[in-house]
Ligand binder design. Sequence first.
Ligand code: HEC
Length: 173
Amino acid sequence: MIFALACFAAETGDTPRHAANGSLLFPSDYREWVFLSSGLGMTYGPAATPGTPRFDNVFVTRAAYKAFVDTGHWPDNTMFVLEIRNATSEGSINKGGHFQTGISAIEVEVKEKGKWTFYGFPKGEESEGKAFERTATCYACHGTNGAVDNTFVQFYPTLLPIAKAKGVLKAEK
Ligand code: HEC
């Protein structure tokens, strides 16, 4: 049984895997994780450019999602993917609004041994992503403004009520 569970974790990529140099191996099955939300025009930092607003789609590993629903906390091995996609309009039958197109960048956030680390996949197609330096803006903005433990639960509509019920929201986020 333990063996079967270990296999499941490896196949689904629910556990972060690293290269020998510490880079994160790209979790290529993230589209099979739990979808939390899409933001439009919320891109920031290096991924932000003027022009048509881009979408970002947020996914979290299934085991971490289940743990959060039960406890309001993110366990070790939690992984988030922020998938940033370009947007366009007036394609096919569409005359207004915006729909998503190709990937602009992918960013991943991992909790290991109680510590969060951010990794970048700037083209969204690399097989390994390097960790951002601890001085990168990611750490300060997330640590200060994320409503629950470094993460922006205030923007994930199915998780916000859970965080409120469990009493884990930081004040005024
Ligand atoms: C100015 C604040 C700010 C900075 C700087 C920032 N982020 Fe975020 N990040 C956000 C917000 C707001 C969200 C909520 C999701 C959205 O944008 O739709 C988010 C969401 C995320 C998520 C999804 C999981 C979560 O924490 O909610 C990842 C992964 C992520 N950012 C990675 C990064 C990386 C990597 C960097 C540094 C290169 C970075 N962020 C810098 C504000 C920031």
